[in-house]
Design a protein around this ligand. Structure first.
Ligand SMILES: NC(=O)c1ccc[n+]([C@@H]2O[C@H](COP(=O)([O-])OP(=O)(O)OC[C@H]3O[C@@H](n4cnc5c(N)ncnc54)[C@H](O)[C@@H]3O)[C@@H](O)[C@H]2O)c1
Length: 310
């Protein structure tokens, strides 16, 4: 049994990771600035919830020592829409917060840290030809969120050189139940609207094709990266199960919500253009196969939204 700290552990991806880890018999401490209790209410006493900020290094050290934490899943972040409004906040929470996590983990001999960068760390240069890029691609985003995530990758490399086992994954569209605002939340909310029979728009892909991974599968991938065999590399593009066009997504939503008018909406202004990514490295090094096709994930969401009503 491992003792695992999940920062941002009540968010869209975090609650799924907490649930899966508890079910596997691990001890889980969730560390979140504003714990979203609705996402974790069904756990009862099975997880320890701490309200805390990743920019608060003394508190992090205290919580990690007190719980004898041996693995960290670091998900806490300032996300795209917040970063657009507060660029300095994005660097503080994403870059300084991640540095604190790596620092604390190194000081306390944590066995491995897995953390989430983002495909939005990658920018699109004038020479980009639309084909999927691997992890050698090094055009940096000029958005505050993306650049702060790129900064985290550079900081993580520094800690890896100091001896920390640290692995980053770059999610793209990690959709699912648990958040209705900001980037992927906009996508989730559109599914909710369609499920409830209301006309809605699904945001277009910022990279030409959507590279989705259901939040439960993203949690599974991150857990395998954290508890599985040591990987050769330290950063991985998301290994999406399939690349979907805007039209394919509309077809799926129309199949699951017949009679509802759905159309494609433009990409929100706070989401910059990103390249398509090639997830081959993760498929080779991290033994996790997604369980949900996009249609399966959206179906689970539609069923849940209909049960909730609204
Ligand atoms: N969901 C996606 O599509 C997606 C795509 C790319 C990257 N990511 C990355 O994956 C990670 C998890 O994403 P998510 O979708 O679950 O996000 P989320 O916003 O749903 O969850 C993040 C959680 O972090 C917490 N948090 C924010 N600031 C904090 C701080 N200073 N200290 C402690 N906790 C703090 C929030 O309260 C929230 O519960 C993030 O690092 C995000 O950048 C997600």
């Amino acid at each position: 049994m491992a003792s695992i700290l999940i920062t941002g552990g009540t968010g869209l991806i975090g609650w799924c990771a907490a649930e899966a880890l508890v079910e596997q018999g691990h001890r889980v401490v969730v560390y979140d600035l504003k714990p979203n209790i609705a996402n974790i209410a069904h756990f009862g006493e099975r997880v320890t919830v701490v309200s805390g900020d990743v920019t608060d290094l003394p508190k992090l050290l205290h919580v990690m020592r007190q719980n004898a934490v041996d693995h960290v899943l670091h998900l806490a972040a300032f996300i795209t829409d917040q970063a657009k409004l507060d660029p300095a906040g994005a660097f503080k929470v994403n870059a300084v917060g991640s540095a604190n996590i790596f620092d604390a983990a190194l000081a306390l001999d944590v066995r491995r840290v897995v953390w989430t960068s983002s495909v939005v760390a990658l920018g699109v240069g004038s020479g980009y030809d639309g084909t999927p890029v691997d992890e050698d691609y090094a055009t940096v985003s000029r958005s505050p969120y993306g650049a702060s995530k790129w900064g985290c990758e550079v900081i993580a490399d520094g800690y890896r050189d100091l001896g920390l086992d640290v692995v980053g994954i770059r999610p793209a569209l990690s959709y699912g139940l648990g958040r209705l605002t900001g980037g992927t939340g906009v996508f989730n909310n559109a599914i909710r609207e369609a499920a409830l029979g209301r006309a809605t728009g699904i945001m277009a892909s910022p990279s030409g094709l959507h590279q989705p991974m259901y939040n439960r599968d993203m949690a599974g991938l991150l857990i395998e990266a954290m508890l599985g065999p040591k990987t050769e590399h330290a950063i991985f593009n998301v290994p999406a199960e399939h690349d979907y066009s805007d039209t394919e997504i509309l077809e799926i939503v129309r199949r699951l919500c017949p009679g509802v008018a759905v159309h494609t909406d433009p990409v929100p202004a706070y989401i910059p253009a990103i390249p398509l990514v090639d997830g081959g490295r993760a498929r080779r090094e991290i033994a996790y196969t997604p369980r949900y096709r996009l249609e399966d994930g959206i179906r689970e969401m539609v069923d849940a939204f209909r049960r909730e009503g609204g």
